[in-house]
Ligand binder design. Structure first.
Ligand code: NPG
Length: 369
């Protein structure tokens, strides 16, 4: 694939509702897009990094810098990369998986478009619809949370995930179970807000029949997760800790998790996501595709992962209308709790010029030949 050049594009999209997690309050989503231009096609990549290094070490301006100064020169020096070449070519840069995933997503989109193949088919997806889960932020009061959850249940979401942190854990879960009963599929996500010293408190969650407790401890604390997993009957799911297929193998082997959240951005791209998926399938561990409040482009990539046979649990993939007044692509829609996997060439979605222009705060063209 011959690369003519890439455009970096910065977007700012207001969120329809504030989203609070143990990491802080989000009112808007700042996004970096990468458009790659080849003689035959264009491809789009979306960077999931946040403006500050609170969820992971990466952050948006850092990702733009590493893309511009290190990743693109490495690709240009290689010449005409095929999808399988991308990760090895970029491997001389340590870490920076979100930046690498952005580049790979754009190149893969362009490569698949020239071959008229969809991303989901290319990865081996077997599902044309994906069960949608909703991730419910931390609220000021329990009644406000119950109102929000009631709305999501009515909309048809296939499972409810509550964000938790110390001071907002057992009470909201108890209140949701009391109000909605045992029929709703319920799980919680701590975004690394606890330590092993909180094990007694977390053990109380075993009473509520949760599908999983996601990432209670910090990214590096694999051993502590394994200790907690032996103590709790609630399955532990790892998110932030799963930075690669290798990390997934180790976490599973050590008994640190019984479920895996796969995020293409966090693991360095779609092909590594497939490898994480394959590790889970071999280990007999259910996987699901996470989300990071992406535009339709990022969600299209996530849908391709969620369509894989081993992604058996509902995804953090929601209709565009949950996040934005106006998405930059045709909106992602939900029908009775399910979302269609795009089947057009590449990601299957492209930005709508007018919506893209409205969200854009800056662009930079980088010629590669
Ligand atoms: O897509 O509905 C959604 C949000 C899913 O909770 C979600 N994402 O911790 O996984 C997470 C969280 C997140 C969002 C993390 C944005 C980082 C940025």
């Amino acid at each position: 694939m011959r690369l003519e050049g890439v455009e970096l594009r910065w977007l700012e999209l207001p969120l329809r509702q504030p989203f609070r997690t143990s990491m802080g309050l989000e009112l808007r989503r700042w996004i970096l897009l990468l458009r790659v231009v080849t003689p035959d096609a264009e491809g789009w990549g979306e960077c999931v990094a946040l403006p500050d290094p609170g969820y992971s070490a990466e952050y948006l301006d850092g990702a733009a810098d590493v893309i511009r100064r290190f990743l693109l020169p490495a690709l240009a020096a290689h010449g005409d990369p095929e999808p399988a070449d991308i990760a090895p070519v970029l491997a001389r840069v340590r870490g920076h998986r979100m930046a690498k995933a952005t580049v790979e997503m754009a190149l893969l989109d362009a490569w698949l478009r020239t071959r008229n193949r969809s991303c989901a088919t290319y990865l081996g997806g077997t599902r044309s619809y994906v069960a949608a889960g909703v991730s419910v932020g931390i609220m000021d009061t329990i009644p406000a949370l119950l109102d929000a959850v009631a709305g999501y249940v009515d909309e048809g979401y296939q499972r409810i995930k509550l964000k938790i942190e110390p001071g907002w854990d057992v009470e909201p879960v108890l209140a949701v179970r009391e109000r909605f009963g045992d029929d709703i599929v319920l799980q919680v996500d701590a975004n690394a807000a606890y330590t092993l010293a909180d094990a007694d408190r977390l053990a109380v969650l075993d009473e509520f029949g949760l599908t999983m407790l996601e990432q209670p401890f910090a990214e590096e604390e694999i051993r502590d997760h394994a200790v907690l997993a032996r103590r709790l009957s609630t399955p532990i799911c790892l998110d932030e800790s799963i930075v690669s297929a290798r990390a997934a193998t180790e976490a599973i082997d050590l008994g640190a998790c019984a479920v895996v959240n796969i995020k293409p951005g966090r693991v360095g791209g779609l092909l590594e996501s497939l490898r994480v998926h394959d590790v889970c399938v071999r280990a007999g561990i259910p996987a699901w595709c996470g989300g990071m409040i992406e535009t339709g482009l990022g969600q299209a990539a996530n849908l391709a992962v969620a369509a894989l046979p081993g992604c058996t649990l509902p995804a953090d993939i929601a209709p565009s209308s949950r996040y934005f007044d106006r998405d930059i692509t045709e909106p992602i829609r939900m029908n009775a709790g399910y979302i269609a996997v795009p089947d057009g060439p590449g990601l299957g979605l492209t930005p709508l010029p007018e919506a893209l222009a409205e969200a854009t705060t800056g662009t930079e063209w980088i010629p590669l030949r």
